[in-house]
Design a protein around this ligand. Structure first.
Ligand SMILES: [Zn+2]
Length: 407
């Protein structure tokens, strides 16, 4: 498959976010793609005698990458949301079987076909917002069979929609009821049975842990990281969301690609992320939905030049938002990120957070995953919400219109 896309206003993200001031937009550029890769840009692309398609001078960015979602699940928590707003205490809701374990119960009971049917429209919502790659975590099964079931569903989404999928085993998300008061035994099971099975069946690219007082300790997280490393899987971690336990430092030292949430990360520990080149993933949807007030250490992250990624954390309990452009707006309004930092956060830095070194930039040798926007400037992507500026996406070199229909 060979094609030249012409008349594009390119925002390449090919320079370090901290290295230059502007976006370095380039008008009237051509992009040659072959077998899903960008093979030439500019004049080198124009001289090729290949089939061509004009992008009409529109703004073209790398396809957006949502590097942190939990979009495979059954049931929803709208009833709980309503109860809380009617003044029912969280303890009462939890005692009635609410909270994360209600999602676990519904997900365990659902077939693969049902889970897929529920997941596809959620993935489609992300796609209509410019996404070309989605990371999807397990974590609502918490048994070997149900975690692998979630991963199989996640992995199959790319057979139903034009999108790339990256999968993460998050068996250490919550303590399953079967292991009540015995978290160490569950972690043994995760390390000795679940991680090896996910690796052997090639169902997961990475392993994640929720390291928090209400979930797993730093010591338990470190055992999971070691098992992931032993089986050749990448590492990601939910850390410092509700308190400062030191999970981010432990994850960085174990070679984690990213640490996610990090509202309670100390400024001193930001240095460690810089030292290990760990991505700091900000999740403003959960911050907003939980009405959190502790801000992530943005100034220190900038000072230390830590790459910041931005993701939806799409999940039924704490971030029911399937829109990366909404997250970009929230990152600016809640955390003070600039529109440029947001754009890096959903492209180049998101690719780094998934270890996808061939995605997230428009450059020769990179994957031909692009988003085409009805915008004059990149800042508009962070500014106005739900105005659907997406004109189309190029996924693995092929054109899809804003509805995801192949052209
Ligand atoms: Zn999450």
């Amino acid at each position: 498959m060979r094609k030249v896309y012409t008349h594009a206003k390119l925002v390449t993200m090919a320079t370090d976010v901290y290295a230059s001031d502007g976006y370095s937009c380039q008008d009237n550029q051509s992009i040659a793609v072959e077998d899903g890769k960008i093979v030439a840009l500019g004049h080198d692309a124009e001289v090729l005698d290949w089939p061509s398609q004009s992008l009409n001078g529109k703004l073209v960015t790398p396809g957006f990458i949502d590097s942190h979602t939990h979009l495979v699940f059954a049931g929803n928590r709208a009833g709980e949301f309503e109860q809380r707003l009617n003044g029912v205490p969280y303890q009462t809701i939890a005692a009635q079987g609410g909270g994360i374990l209600s999602t676990v119960k519904a997900t365990r009971a659902a077939s693969e076909a049902t889970l897929l049917e529920l997941a596809v429209p959620r993935a489609n919502a992300l796609i209509r917002d410019g996404v070309t790659t989605i990371e999807i975590k397990s974590g609502y099964g918490l048994t070997l069979e149900d975690e692998l079931k979630m991963l199989r569903v996640a992995k199959s989404i790319d057979q139903h929609l034009p999108v790339n999928v990256s999968t993460t085993l998050l068996a250490a998300h919550a303590l399953p009821p079967e292991y009540r008061n015995d978290a160490d035994s569950y972690i043994d099971f995760v390390c000795h049975t679940m991680i090896p099975a996910a690796a052997e069946q090639q169902l997961a690219d990475a392993v994640d842990v929720f390291c928090e007082n209400i979930a797993f300790s730093v010591e338990q997280a470190e055992r999971v990281f070691a098992a992931a490393n032993a089986h050749g899987l990448k590492i990601k971690a939910h850390t410092e969301q509700l308190s400062d336990l030191g999970g981010s430092v432990a994850a960085a030292k174990a070679g984690a690609l990213s640490v996610d949430h990090i509202e309670y990360l100390s400024e001193a520990d930001v240095q460690v992320l810089a030292e290990y080149d760990t991505v700091a993933t900000l999740l403003p949807g959960a911050f907003y939905f939980l009405r959190e007030t502790q801000q992530p250490p943005i100034a220190a992250l900038r000072e230390s030049r830590v790459p910041m990624a931005l993701a939806t954390d799409f999940n039924p309990g704490t971030s029911p938002f399937a829109s990366l452009t909404l997250m970009m707006n929230m990152a600016s309004t809640l955390f003070g990120l600039t529109p440029k930092e947001n754009l890096y956060g959903v492209t180049r830095h998101a690719a780094q957070a998934l270890g996808l070194s061939h995605k997230g930039q428009i450059a020769v040798g990179f994957d031909a995953d692009l988003a085409v926007w009805d915008c004059e400037t990149p800042a508009e992507l962070s500014y106005m919400v739900a105005t659907a500026p997406l004109l189309g996406r190029i996924v693995n070199g092929d054109w899809y219109d804003e509805q995801g229909v192949r052209g």
